[in-house]
Design a binder for this molecule. Sequence first.
Ligand code: HGY
Ligand code: MN
Ligand code: MN
Length: 411
Amino acid sequence: MSTKPSAQLIWDHCEELALCSEQTTALTRIFLSREQAAASQMVLRWMREAGMQARIDAIGNVVGRYEGDAPGLPCLMLGSHLDTVRDAGKYDGPLGVISAIECVRVLNAAARRLPFAIEVVGFSDEEGVRFGATLLGSRAIAGTFDPAALETRDRSGMSMREALDNAGFDADAIGTAARSSEEILAYAELHIEQGPVLEAEGLALGTVTAINGFSRRRFSVKGFAGHAGTVPMRLRQDALTAAAECVLAVERIGRGDPLLVATVGRIEALPGAINVIPGEARFTLDVRAPRDALRERAVAAIAAEVTRLCTARGLGVQMEVLQDNPVAASASWMMAQMDAAIAAEGLPPYRLPSGAGHDGMAVAAIAPIVMLFVRCEKGISHNPAERVTLADVDVGARVLLRFIENFKRPA
Ligand code: HGY
Ligand code: MN
Ligand code: MN
């Protein structure tokens, strides 16, 4: 009987989960979609086959529980997210969920019970693709879900409340997903690095020191739609050319500090016809930094510059605050235990920050956190070219299992 996780099974389950997609030619699985419902049922089954009690909570998180050596003990929570970005890779999120399930399967096969319970969570919305606000599933578990988010709307104009109801959930029952800090000893997440550092260092794994803070905004530039053939250039109130200047200002301000990143990931011109001067332009903003003051200054500078540029053109602009998340630092004792697990598998411990956001930012509100990063090829992620190796999946799962088996919360 193997006492080691099966990297091949993890690999195969990532492949199988990737079939739950909005398209057949790309991987897109967004919050409350049919594809996500199918993925949740698949993960429920895997959790139960691994020996866990498994359920879907009030916001669609898939929650599996493996009891400790006595019933009802506080748990070490593991997991990651099951939703994806559009045209995603197969491992951002699912690798963490499936590796954690595989660790429990190995413990269960050996009839091993630890002095704490283990819970594995497949979070329902970490990416925030559908409604803009992110970490919805983990915030619900942390008890920090903002009910105002229920009124945000997706591309089709459907509100989150309606989408929850359509998917068979009760938007007003989201509070029942919240967990108390007494129930959770700590949270540990295995995730691909989504950056180039481990590969550059020639390392398979790293212990995450902190998750950079991030701010998300949505801007709407208001001009005046007009006939593309008749309105002279000097008389136009073109919302898109104003937005284009704003996008370059975001890049300029983002380049102002090597620790800062600022991105406009989406822009649209309305009404969006080839022969109509755009009367409105909408674009998103994503700003991140390892220090909250640096991020906050950059967001303020961008908002001021956007207003200045639009006003100079005689246009109006509105900014919607989608979300602000402070830096989430890993617990030092958990980093030490993750380093020890890495070393016990014969690898050199290595520490690095996370530029990407993760569910641990939300869970940090109720539990100490740590992450284990797994190398990904060229650091590519949020892209179908996202790749890991079977060998790295194998050592990642073995280190995660060793971390679990040796986990001990200091008195
Ligand atoms: O955007 C992020 O950093 C994460 O992938 N949700
Ligand atoms: Mn992720
Ligand atoms: Mn992601």
